[in-house]
Design a protein around this ligand. Sequence first.
Ligand code: HSE
Length: 440
Amino acid sequence: MKPIKVGLLGIGTVGAGTYNVLQRNQEDIRRRAGRGIEIAMVAARNLERARGIVGADCVVVDDPFAVVDSPDIDIVVELIGGYELPRELVLRAIANGKHVVTANKALLAQHGNEIFAAAQEKGVMVAFEAAVAGGVPIIKALREGLTANRIESVAGIINGTTNFILSEMREKGLDFATVLKQAQELGYAEADPTFDIEGVDAAHKLAIMSSIAFGIPVQFEKAHIEGISTLQAVDIRYAEQLGYRIKLLGITRRAQADGVDGIELRVHPTLIPANRLIANVEGAMNAVLVHADAVGSTLYYGKGAGSEPTASAVIADLVDVTRLATVDPYCRVPHLAFQPNEMTDVPVLPMSEIRSSYYLRVYVKDQLGVMADLTRILADAGISIDAVLQKEPGELQTRTDIIIITHQTREKFVDAAIARIEALEAVERKVTRIRLESLS
Ligand code: HSE
């Protein structure tokens, strides 16, 4: 059988990795896919650089539309990044009857519903394993490996940059700004790290996983997103003293508010018991923990970025598409795990309705009755205390930190309690609130 022909849009880090791994492992890949997979065309801004990577038989062009319009190309691999140009290119590739592989989580988080509907209509595949957690096959696991299960929750460290920063802050006792600067110098963090450090990248990935786990549309716009840029070194230290690590987690789970089913969809720094496996995922590594009714807990760990780890996921998709290209579209695995006419509209819950435990740090005047005030306010709000840590003030100090860990409660009760705590005469600063998940 003739090789299937692939057109790459972009040949940066991931594109070059894809080319190299396809070359290196071509024999095994051909034996698995049933036919060869050949990169026949590449669109790149820097033609010279692109020609230096690909072989002489590969056509190199500077116009990406020439790739998506080429009658010689069967699969378009979108590795450009961003939103609008990739959207246009992917929709045109689909309209031209081509299958698409993309690593672009931002594109799918924003335009996934439109893209999958167009692909469904045209009977082509859009594969996106590389869009979430790089080389970790979490899309395959959620969509196929766990297909017998009712998935209850997904919680993941799905941004390597922030995990690297948090690991460095904890291990070296440094503050956020210092570690970010080092991460940029080492090339771990982008020159503009906003999407990573503010949790947007993680929320893109979470919205995709939530859709596949629960059979709901991709709803990035409904995600609650908090990053790590305001996280203080002191809270990482206190968390450690209490037996926790702080991770930027993306969490999505089935929940209920006032007896009505809903979905939690949130990204924020989270205290996790230090003895959990996922709490020990350090550096730029990714991990996703899935709770499901039949299998119980499963954990997926690996490199969430980088040239060949991401290429590993791109090529897995290329093999899947190659195997299924000649199959009746109705026999293929649905893009979002559930058949398109079986998606549900269970609402994403507002943050006020989520349930969590909480770490509260209150900076107080060290005076009679403060602790009693705090515990009374929490009791009035129906919030049960799990642990308290009070730091002794220094010799001349008259202020101290009181740290309270609560049992599980609803976020709106904590909002109300914090407002009352901040109104106390003895409390002069905002209360620091970090959510805590036992993940048991
Ligand atoms: N910027 C991402 C991260 C990698 O730091 O994990 C690509 O998704």
